[in-house]
Design a protein around this ligand. Structure first.
Ligand SMILES: NC(=O)c1ccc[n+]([C@@H]2O[C@H](COP(=O)([O-])OP(=O)(O)OC[C@H]3O[C@@H](n4cnc5c(N)ncnc54)[C@H](OP(=O)(O)O)[C@@H]3O)[C@@H](O)[C@H]2O)c1
Length: 296
C-alpha cells in the first residue's frame, strides 16, 4: 500500500510516498481502509523531528475516517462498518496518511451520518483534544471561559463544546476571525486580550502561555495544549495541559454532536495522498482556516 512517511526529518519535502506492507490487525485491533485523514500541526512536528524517532521510517496522520476492512480477535467491529478513529503517537510505525491503518478497537467510533468522510476525518484528534481539555477544566455551567486560538481546530471545537455545556465563552483570535468565532458560539470576542483576572478559566489552544494565564481570576484554572510547557500555578490558579488520549466513547459522543449539528467540521481543502508534501507546505505557510485533508 501507499503511505506518507518521513525517513529524514525536515521541511515539507521530507514527506515521501512509500510502498509499504499492508498492516495486519492483532487482538482487539481493527484495520481501517482509509477514506480521509486530516493533516494537523502534530504531523509537521513529527516530520521536523520534535517527537524523536530518528533513523526510523515514521508514518504520519492522527485522524482517520474510513471503513473497517479486517478485524483481529475480540474486535468489537464488523468489516464494512463506517468509522472514525484517533491514531495517536509516533511509536506506531504507520499513521492514517496511508491506504490502510490499524488501530485499537477502543479508539474507534461509528462515523457521523450527517457528513462525508473528508469532513469526518477532521474530527477525532482535535475534537477529543477540546473535549479532554474541557474535562480537565471541569467548569460548572455559567462559568466564564476564554478560548485562545478560537478560529483553529482545537479552539473552534472548544468554543462549540463549551457553549453547548452552558459556559460563557470568549473567543480570542485574529481580528479577521471575529465573525467565524462568534458563529461558533462565542458570546464575546477579543483580538487583543482581556484585563487581568477577567475570566474563571482559559483554554489556551494558541499557546499564549503566561499572557493568557494573566487573564484568569485568582483561584481559576488554565489548561494548555503542550504538556510540560504550561505555566506554573500562581495566585491559586490551577494549571495543566491536555495530552490527547484515544477514547472511543468520547469520540462517539462527539459524533453524536456532529449529527445533531452542535459541532461543525471545517475543511479548507482536500489533497490526494500523493500531494502530501504539497499539503504540508500549505500548512507551513499559515493562515489556513479549516483543515487540509489527505485522501488516499
Ligand atoms: N496536547 C495535545 O494532545 C494536542 C492535541 C492537538 C493539538 N495540540 C496543539 O494544539 C495547538 C492548536 O492546534 P490546532 O490544530 O487547533 O492549530 P490551528 O488550527 O493552527 O489553530 C491555532 C490558531 O491559533 C491562532 N493563533 C496563534 N497564535 C496567535 C496569536 N498570538 N494571537 C491570535 N491567534 C493566534 C492561529 O492563527 P494563525 O493561523 O493566523 O496563526 C490559529 O487560528 C497546536 O499547538 C497543536 O500542536 C495539542
Amino acid at each position: 500500500m501507499r503511505a506518507a512517511v518521513v525517513r529524514a526529518f525536515g521541511g515539507p519535502d521530507a514527506v515521501e510516498i512509500a510502498e509499504v506492507p499492508v498492516p495486519e490487525p492483532g487482538a482487539r485491533q481493527v484495520r481501517i481502509k482509509v477514506a480521509a485523514g486530516a493533516l494537523n500541526p502534530v504531523d509537521a512536528g513529527v516530520r521536523a523531528g520534535f517527537f524523536g524517532g530518528a533513523g526510523k521510517t515514521l508514518g504520519l496522520g492522527w485522524d482517520v475516517a474510513g471503513t473497517v476492512d479486517a478485524v483481529g480477535v475480540a474486535a468489537a467491529w464488523q468489516v464494512g462498518d463506517p468509522v472514525v478513529a484517533l491514531v495517536p503517537g509516533v511509536a506506531d510505525p504507520l499513521g492514517a496518511h496511508a491506504e490502510y491503518v490499524v488501530v485499537a478497537t477502543d479508539a474507534v467510533a461509528k462515523a457521523p451520518a450527517a457528513v462525508d468522510a473528508v469532513h469526518a476525518g477532521t474530527l477525532p484528534l482535535n475534537g477529543l483534544t477540546a473535549l479532554q481539555a474541557l474535562d480537565l477544566l471541569d467548569l460548572a455551567p455559567g462559568a466564564s471561559l476564554l478560548v485562545t486560538g478560537a478560529a483553529g481546530a482545537v479552539g473552534g471545537f472548544a468554543v462549540q463544546l463549551a457553549a453547548h455545556r452552558g459556559l460563557e465563552v470568549t473567543g480570542h483570535a485574529r481580528a479577521g476571525d471575529e465573525e467565524l468565532v462568534r458563529s461558533l458560539g462565542a458570546a464575546r470576542f477579543t483580538a487583543d486580550g482581556l484585563a487581568p483576572g477577567s475570566v474563571d478559566a482559559v483554554l489556551d489552544a494558541a499557546v499564549l502561555g503566561e499572557a493568557a494565564l494573566e487573564w484568569v481570576r485568582d483561584g481559576g484554572a488554565y489548561v494548555g495544549v503542550r504538556p510540560g510547557a504550561q505555566p506554573g500555578p500562581v495566585r491559586g490558579v490551577r494549571t495543566g495541559a491536555v495530552e490527547v488520549a484515544a477514547d472511543g466513547a468520547g469520540l462517539a459522543e462527539l459524533v453524536r454532536l456532529v449529527d445533531e449539528g452542535v459541532l461543525t467540521l471545517r475543511v479548507a481543502e482536500a489533497y490526494a495522498l500523493e500531494k502530501a508534501a504539497e499539503a504540508h507546505a500549505r500548512l507551513a505557510e499559515g493562515g489556513v482556516r479549516g483543515r487540509l485533508v489527505l485522501v488516499p
